[in-house]
Ligand binder design. Structure first.
Ligand code: GLC
Ligand code: GLC
Length: 655
């Protein structure tokens, strides 16, 4: 151990001792039981030193560092003291089962409360629907109080402690969380900690000239600094405004606004911001959250001369928040939302940082394979990008509320003979339906004329060809579109990690072109893939079950539901470990999942042609001579080629 580390430990221990009296005051005021105090003390013992070291690095030079450390510790103590009993009970289970979320039973869904059920109390009436589908994890899109007008789908938050009145109240949220927990469904909410809305109280006080609050944000009196920063920054929303700064007339200052002009980036260089957001985090967690989705995590630290994305300090800040969660809300998980280069995405994942993370690379490459009918690039990326540390997991998804960006690695592409720039151009043309023969009906998002960049909006069904097929009333195309959707679902349900459905997918919901009529949405094409739930579909489904004749929608719904339940009864699909299997057929992706003596081999045909995989090759996958596809029930044997229909997915089990 180096002298400095020893010194830090000494300081940490001393600080803790000096704060013991203040802790006792918290326990006394809240009437915290001795057992609960002991739990806290044990976790503090484990996490205080590393936490202290991190805080010291960021804020150690401040004259009031001791006062800051005290505030942080007391916030944690109060959060634990106020944590409801049922959550503390859950904490105990999860501490003993740190990989609980890697079970094959875990399947997620995401939705907007207003678009799905109007409000929180009505959402409680749909718990049965989630159970019917097999969901055990529910991500509600941001539901806190927001600025009027455009609020970036809830991501411009004006108060982290009150729910948007149109959706309900904090108590409604607590009740919903309790109901869901009772039904075995975990709840996920965003922690939008990179920025607040321009009408958050802090931003308002900054606008009123209060220096203390101006220091919560990045404000500049003239262009000198912004211009210097700008040299190395990307533009995230180039159609909103060029550059990353917005002029504020009232304050006469430039404000750092990475996203929309009304989303003001928070300055974590200021310890007051860390404390304030920590308290908001604990508040949200204690309403009954199992997971917090750390929104825009890549952007939370800025440094001149860098891209201001994925900086080491961003990781350290999240690690500090994570230690604090382990101390005060230990059952809580962090989910990383870093839609960046794959080498960077993975760095946020670890038991000490974010236990789970979106898997944007898999998402983009599944769509890539669908467009090219080849699994070469997907295979290349999966070879070295799927493995994760113990007790962490990918969140595998096909669509979410955001756009699709082609964030694959250029080197991965070059390694298989693909020119990255041209390929992205091709994918954009393909998914906007411009490429001859394309089945996709997406639209551009944030087209940047200066760089030629573009991302894609569109629902899963519209991108997979269902919209085109319905418009052309072509039965064969409809069939192919549905097969594509089931293929993609079958992969995310089996490849290792938490599968996450964006609700609406289970019905094959098409693009909603009506969003342009709402001025608060018209400028953002992502609204095209955020349609309103149509509950009449459910009645239609029940009618069809009664009469035995199914519509496209009920076929999609029933197939999705069935795949989910097959996953949940396949113990081989738990965990994250996946071994690629070389099918010797570029159209067919193959992988093996092995878990505690269970084994499942997956073959996925990404083309609309019949394909086959040599049965003998499958011997090396450990299937034995006779095996069966659990999806179709079809038996196979190694002595014959294994045929795959267009877009067919096989989950092969030893007989
Ligand atoms: C995240 C959200 C996205 C939002 C952005 C700014 O990337 O997923 O919808 O626009 O953050 O909050
Ligand atoms: C960028 C950001 C990501 C955000 C997305 C929204 O890709 O990296 O955080 O979700 O833009 O379009």
């Amino acid at each position: 151990m180096t002298a400095t580390q020893e010194d830090i430990h000494f300081q940490a221990d001393l600080t803790r001792k000096r704060l013991q009296l203040r802790l006792n005051e918290v326990w006394l005021a809240a009437g915290t039981s001795e057992a609960k105090q002991r739990d806290f003390a044990a976790r503090l013992q484990e996490h205080w030193r590393p936490l202290f070291a991190l805080l010291l690095r960021f804020y150690g030079s401040r004259y009031d560092f001791f006062y800051f450390a005290e505030k942080v510790l007391l916030a944690a103590a109060r959060a634990w003291a106020e944590r409801p009993d049922d959550l503390c009970e859950l904490d105990r289970h999860r501490i003993n089962q740190p990989g609980w979320f890697t079970s094959e039973k875990v399947v997620g869904g995401a939705l907007y409360v207003d678009l799905f059920s109007e409000n929180l109390s009505k959402l409680r009436e749909h718990v049965g629907y989630f159970k019917r589908l097999g969901l055990t994890y529910l991500h509600l899109m941001p539901l806190f109080a927001v600025r009027p007008g455009d609020n970036d789908g809830g991501y411009a938050i004006s108060n982290y402690r009150s729910v948007d009145p149109q959706l309900g109240t904090i108590d409604d949220l607590r009740l919903l969380a309790r109901d869901l927990r009772g039904s075995g469904i975990s709840l996920v909410l965003d922690f939008v900690f990179n920025h607040t809305s321009d009408d958050h109280e802090w931003a308002q006080r900054a606008q009123a000239g209060e220096r203390e609050y101006q220091e919560f944000y990045y404000l500049f009196s003239d262009r000198t600094e912004p211009d210097k920063y700008e040299k190395t920054l990307r533009e995230i929303f180039p159609t909103v405004r060029r550059g990353n700064f917005t002029w504020h007339d009232g304050m006469h200052k430039w404000v750092w606004t990475t996203f929309n002009s009304f989303q003001w980036d928070l300055n974590y260089g200021n310890p007051a911001v860390f404390c304030a957001m920590l308290e908001e985090m604990f508040f949200i967690a204690n309403t009954g959250m199992d997971v917090l989705r750390l929104d825009a995590i890549a952007f939370i630290w800025k440094q001149m001369g860098t891209s201001c994305e994925n900086l080491p300090q961003a990781h350290m800040l999240v690690q500090a928040f994570n230690h604090l969660a382990r101390i005060a809300t230990p059952g809580l998980l962090f989910k990383s939302e870093a839609i960046v280069h794959p080498d960077e995405v993975v760095k946020y994942i670890g038991p000490d940082e974010c236990q789970i993370s979106y898997n944007p690379t898999l998402m983009a490459l599944l769509w890539e394979s669908l467009a090219t009918r080849k699994t070469t690039l997907l295979f290349q990326a999966l070879k070295h990008r799927h493995a994760l540390p113990e007790n962490t997991a990918w969140v595998n998804y096909l669509r979410c509320h955001d756009d699709i960006g082609w964030t694959f690695d250029d080197q991965d592409a070059l390694a298989v003979g693909i020119k990255p720039f041209d390929h992205r151009q091709f994918l954009n043309a393909f998914y906007t339906g411009q490429f001859p023969g394309s089945f996709a009906r997406g639209v551009p998002f944030q087209e940047n004329d200066a760089t030629g960049d573009m991302r894609i909006s569109g629902t899963m069904a519209s991108l997979a060809g269902l919209e085109q097929a319905i418009n052309e009333n072509d039965e064969e195309k409809k069939d192919l579109a549905i097969r594509r959707m089931m293929l993609l679902h079958g992969v995310i349900l089996s490849i290792g990690g938490i599968p996450l459905l964006y609700l609406g997918e289970e019905w094959g919901m098409l693009n909603d072109y009506e969003f342009v009529k709402d001025p608060a949405k018209a400028g953002d094409t992502r609204w095209i893939h955020r349609p309103k739930m149509k509950w009449e579909f459910l009645e239609e489904l029940d009618d069809h079950i009664a009469t035995g004749n199914g519509s496209i929608r009920s076929r999609i719904f029933e197939s999705t539901k069935r795949l989910i339940s097959l996953r949940q009864s396949s113990p081989a699909l738990a965990g994250q470990t996946m071994d690629l299997f070389n099918t010797d057929n570029e159209h067919v992706l193959g992988y093996v999942r092995i878990r505690e003596g269970h084994r499942l081999v997956v073959l996925a045909n990404f083309s609309e042609q019949l394909q086959a995989v040599d049965g003998n090759r499958l011997r090396t996958a450990g299937l034995g001579r006779f095996f069966r596809d659990v999806i179709s029930g079809q038996p196979h044997q190694t002595s014959d080629p294994v045929p795959l229909e267009p877009y067919q997915l096989l989950w092969l089990n030893r007989e």
